[in-house]
Design a protein around this ligand. Structure first.
Ligand code: AGP
Length: 605
């Protein structure tokens, strides 16, 4: 699984500072909000870090006369704690003997941080990562060696981790550890290197090893040694990388969009690890009696709002209204005693920010759901939840959409549990269904060639309807938006029941109708809608639950997804439609990453 959140680069070599800065620049494409480095000079750790871009950081750097041959660097994409100098990596322990950089999400850091504070540790940041340096220090204070302390630390810490550590206790080593987040190493006559992605290593070596999960790797001058978490020596497998720089930035995928589609299992796993305290803080704003709750967002994020609205009705028996952000001020007048859940991956969409400002001016409270910590939405919201997708570079929202759906599900499920609207048993059942999603999506992605062939067959169509009923209307709207924005095919998402009130007039032989028809309580009616379209010569492509022979029979093409609780089908069924849009665009000779007339973040109203 590929993970992009932050960039790590470390090396033991000559001209370490230049190499670290160059390595971090080569990781810039991943997106970041702050930069930092730590080097060892005269047995002292020197740290420089700041919010902002690498170019600015270099301009202000005051380390001209330092000649170090060991160091680590980091570009941070904020997940816990806003972008700031204090929250930038590297982080140190209290004694100044240990510096760490980390990429990933720590699940149990809050509890460990509290225990360490009780023992006298002083924390300088609001990050989850800083706990790593303090925990290592704590073990060392209790008599363990550096390596033993590091092993014990990673045995205790839960979550995704790629970490590089330097210490004055063993100043000739960089110690790396990896679990779920990527970390690669390379060795050549130019030095020994570690980085979170291959492009950073290409100027020095093409002989690269991926650190296996749950392994510690110790880098020394001209030497690399891998151990398991108990200290047993193990082997690393080196491969010769033949990618050019551009291919390497996309981890070998031809476009960012497809890379990001394939990152979804990881993005969802990390979003499922959001500490409950963040969800509970948001719930406080939902709890007042007689409160009205609204959801607002634009484009794909509006589809996440619509999902939230269906979810609230089905799970909580609550009517929560979704409102497109650009219409918010036109449609809502009295917002006193209200809470608005505003969803935006970028956190900078002008329409959504305007809706928030308006709602606030009328006395509403705001819960933000965003992928960008430190964005305007996090500043304007009373409380926010940060989805853990990592930066999304393709203009079409993919992984950020699925993590929005996951976040809103976590929020409403937990709210339902607290309010007694959902029983403990049902909550646990649903949570175990949700926890299956990353694995199921991995399985769906393994079948991407099926979608590729269907996309080839339909790539010259000029029109498509995406039809569904109930909560899968969300999927239909999102599938149509994806196809329209990157393939320029005219595509419309419609409630299937509404199609006979006008849209059916366009149906003639060969018109493409895509039905989202998993097994839920709308299935019988959907079959009726398929037959109506088929009778008029439409070509039918259906997304169905595995083994649904009846819908297979009446469809020209189908794609099967595994069975899941019906409210979660939009999360699964969106994936084949993202792939469909992507492959259609590629077959039409278009660049899916840069659709015409669109920007990643729409900052004008
Ligand atoms: C989605 O593929 C589009 N690029 C677009 O609709 C987008 O979702 C919309 O502009 C909202 O962006 P936001 O989530 O950053 O607010």
């Amino acid at each position: 699984m590929v993970k992009i959140l932050c960039g790590i680069f470390g090396c033991i070599s000559e001209d370490v500072l230049e190499k670290i800065l160059d390595g971090l620049k080569r990781l810039e494409y991943r997106g970041y909000d702050s930069v930092g480095i730590a080097i060892i000079d005269n047995n002292k750790i020197i740290i420089r870090k700041d919010k902002g871009k690498i170019s600015e950081f270099i301009k202000n750097l005051d380390l001209n006369n330092i000649k170090s041959n060991i160091g680590i660097g980091h570009t941070r994409w904020a997940t816990h704690g806003a972008p700031s100098k204090e929250n930038a990596h590297p982080h140190m322990d209290c004694s100044g003997r240990i510096a760490i950089v980390h990429n990933g999400v720590l699940e149990n850091f809050l509890q460990i941080r509290e225990e360490l504070i009780k023992k006298g540790h002083r924390f300088s940041s609001k990050t989850d990562s800083e706990v790593i340096a303090h925990l290592i220090e704590d073990f060392i204070n209790n008599g363990l060696s550096l390596k033993e302390a590091i092993r014990n630390t990673f045995k205790i810490l839960k979550g995704s981790i790629a970490c590089a550590i330097i210490s004055t206790i063993e100043p000739d080593k960089i110690i790396c550890y990896r679990r779920e987040s990527p970390l690669v190493i390379g060795i050549s006559s130019k030095g020994v290197f570690c980085a979170s992605d291959i492009p950073a290593l290409l100027p020095y070596t093409r002989n690269i090893a991926i650190i296996p999960d749950d392994k510690i790797v110790i880098l020394e001058k001209n030497k690399v040694q891998a151990e398991d978490i108990n200290g047993e020596i193990c082997k690393l497998e080196y491969n010769e990388v033949t990618w050019n720089l551009e291919q390497a930035e996309k981890s070998g995928y031809p476009h960012f969009m497809i890379k990001e589609i394939f990152e979804q299992p990881r993005a969802i796993s990390d979003t499922l690890k959001i500490p409950l305290i963040y969800i509970d803080r948001a719930i406080e704003y939902l709890e007042n009696k007689n409160k009205r709750i609204y959801l607002t967002g634009s484009g794909t994020s509006y589809h996440a709002c619509l999902f939230g609205s269906y979810l609230a009705s089905h799970l909580l028996s609550m009517d929560i209204r979704p409102v497109i952000s650009s219409e918010f001020t036109e449609i809502l007048s009295s917002l006193e005693n209200s809470t608005v859940i505003a969803i935006s991956q970028s956190g900078e969409t002008a329409d959504t920010l305007n809706a928030i400002r308006y709602a606030k001016s009328k006395g509403a409270k705001i819960i933000g759901i965003t992928n960008t910590l430190g964005s305007s939405i996090t500043n304007l919201s009373d409380v926010y939840i940060c989805t853990q997708s990592g930066p999304e570079i393709g203009v079409a929202a993919t992984k950020t959409f699925l993590t929005q759906l996951i976040s809103i599900t976590l929020l409403f499920l937990r709210y339902g549990l607290k309010k007694g609207k959902i029983s403990e048993v049902d909550y646990s059942k649903l949570m175990s269904e949700i926890n299956r999603i990353p694995k199921i999506i991995e399985e769906i992605l393994k079948k991407s060639d099926i979608i590729k062939n269907i996309a080839l067959k339909y790539s010259s169509k000029q029109n498509a309807y995406f039809l569904a009923r109930g909560i899968n209307l969300v999927t239909a709207l999102e599938g149509a938006l994806k196809l329209k924005e990157i393939s320029y095919i005219h595509a419309e998402g419609y409630p299937a029941g509404e199609s006979k009130h006008g849209p059916i007039a366009l149906i003639e032989p060969g018109f493409l109708c895509i039905f989202i028809a998993p097994k839920d309580n709308t299935r019988e009616k959907i079959i009726g809608n398929i037959m109506e379209m088929k009778a008029r010569g439409a070509e039918i492509f259906s997304i169905i639950t595995e083994g649904d022979e009846e819908i297979k029979e009446i469809s020209d093409e189908y794609f099967e997804v595994p069975h899941i609780h019906y409210i979660l089908y939009p999360i699964l069924c969106t994936v084949p439609l993202q792939l469909f849009a992507y492959y259609v665009a590629v077959f039409r000779g278009l660049d899916p990453d840069k659709p015409r007339n669109l920007a990643k973040s729409v900052t004008v109203p």
